[in-house]
Design a protein around this ligand. Sequence first.
Ligand code: MG
Length: 218
Amino acid sequence: MKTAKIPASNQEFPIGKIVCLARNYAEHARELGNETPAAPVLFMKPASSVIGDGEAVRIPAYSQECHYEVELAVLIGKQCRAVAPDRALEHVAGYGVAIDMTLRDVQNQLKAKGLPWEIAKGFDTACPLSAFVPAGAVADPHALNLKLAVNGETRQDGCSADMIHRVPQIIAHISAIFTLEPGDVILTGTPAGVGPVRAGDVMTAEIVTVGRLTIPVT
Ligand code: MG
């Protein structure tokens, strides 16, 4: 079983569902040639896809193009259903850093056929996830710098201020569809700069004050 940990408060949650936003930063939507959506575009990763700091991403044999996407992760601490945006943050236990590993070639083939994305987004090791800091340690989840480097070279350097849909609206929207439960995780989308990694690369992802991941690729 995979768990989400908040070391500062000694809390640990079995990870439930991982609900992810696509195209939540306009620059990134543009770089992939996608329209900016009016409503959040959602998909999910299974808890089995989670790996921790220092563990390796294994690129499946059915893909030749595996991309990194650094994202702010939101850990739910209290159950909520159809919560109002102004009450949404009360249900957040903590914040962390995730990498939404994506088999871009497979995803593009699925998108072209109108098929679901799970095998491009939910494979084993597709969700590197840091430990979490308590929600109270993050004064503003929309004032965070998200960085990702490959082999020490910066590839993504964005700010959560550029999210199209913000965390309270995201939680309100998702919780009207799926009851959110303690241990559920939301990945809030990636800024521009996504690109491929290959076996032998090492990714470092960082959100200052929130977390850091060092993830090799095999
Ligand atoms: Mg993503």
